[in-house]
Write a protein that binds this ligand. Structure first.
Ligand SMILES: [Zn+2]
Length: 322
């Protein structure tokens, strides 16, 4: 069993300094349900620590990965990769590793900084994008998702136009280059409820006790336990990619930071490739493809006409029914 208290959360303090930390293993258990890719059982252990900077899956944000390093008295070093991190109902954080680390082992933890930064950028970008949809066109965000490839929010609206999307995207990017501070702090339930009454918070989680409120300077307050960048500038730019109709309204796909740069680069390369095939610049691609489709239709029509002509002059047998 785990000790009486769950791991101290170092990720709440934010910042790069919290990505490397020292801790002691408080509990270890074998995850007998773990399955390998081929369906065979694999040995996966779950390790609990007295303190951790690893963010567990939650609040629509994926978990951190990284490593735990234990050094024996002999000087032998054991490094294990942290592949997944989850929080159980009791609030304990479990780190999934492939080698067991006995209770009492001192470890040095290191969180994968690039993955964390990517998640913090998309997640903070989501706060900003939702705030701008509300401010600019009165569209409320009802759910959000952050995956390895795409991030989306669902808006409770009847429709959203291309013009509105560009308006919101521009507003979000203005706040990014204004580099507004993003400050998390803890407040009591009473204080959080007062903020709700004053209209500073739009909603509150059900649970009791202290709440973590994240302030985006001059933009919004949000009750959130996720990881964020320290100021909007570190979101690094926000790109609205596409929208699609879903049951509860409209789903908006977006990406921020390096993800946005990489996605744009990939798409630009694809356009160049198509342009080279069709011998036109990307601006003329749509017209060129529309022209090709027209040509194909005309060619099919002409073929039919010629077949009919041939049949009429009895040069060709009747085509069998298919
Ligand atoms: Zn958040």
């Amino acid at each position: 069993m785990a000790g009486s208290s769950v791991a101290e959360r170092l990720y709440y303090d934010g910042g790069d300094g919290a990505l490397e930390f020292r801790a002691v293993v408080t509990d270890v258990r074998l995850d007998s349900t773990a399955m390998g890719e081929g369906g065979q059982k694999e040995q996966v252990w779950q390790v609990a620590l007295d303190r951790t900077a690893f963010y567990p899956e939650g609040g629509g944000q994926p978990w951190d990965t990284g490593s735990l390093v234990a050094t024996a008295r002999s000087g032998a070093v054991l490094e294990v990769g942290v592949e997944r991190v989850v929080e159980d109902e009791a609030g304990e954080v479990w780190h999934y590793v492939r080698k067991p680390l006995p209770q009492g082992t001192e470890v040095a933890g290191r969180v994968d900084a690039e993955r964390r930064m990517d998640h913090a950028q998309q997640h903070t970008g989501q706060h900003l994008l939702s705030a701008m949809f509300l401010r600019e066109i009165g569209a409320r965000t009802v759910s959000f998702h952050l995956g390895a490839d795409s991030a989306t929010i669902d808006l409770a609206v009847e429709r959203v136009t291309e013009e509105e999307l560009r308006l919101v995207e521009t507003a979000a990017n203005r706040l990014i280059y204004e580099d507004r501070a993003v400050r998390p702090r803890w407040v009591s339930r009473d204080e959080a409820e007062a903020m709700l009454t004053r209209g500073e918070l739009r909603k509150l989680p059900e649970r009791s006790g202290a709440m973590r409120i994240v302030e985006m300077e001059g933009v919004e307050f949000n009750a959130c336990g996720g990881t964020h960048v320290r100021s909007t500038g570190a979101i690094g730019g926000l790109l609205v990619r596409r929208v699609e109709k879903v049951k509860q309204g409209w789903r908006v796909e977006f990406c921020c930071g390096l993800r946005a740069v990489k996605a744009s680069g990939r798409e630009y390369a694809r356009l160049r490739e198509l342009g080279a095939l069709l011998s036109v610049g990307s601006a003329d691609l749509a017209a060129r493809v529309a022209g090709l489709i027209e040509d194909k239709k005309a060619a099919a029509k002409e073929l039919k006409r010629l077949e009919k002509e041939l049949r009429a002059s009895s040069q060709l047998p009747q085509a069998p029914d298919r």
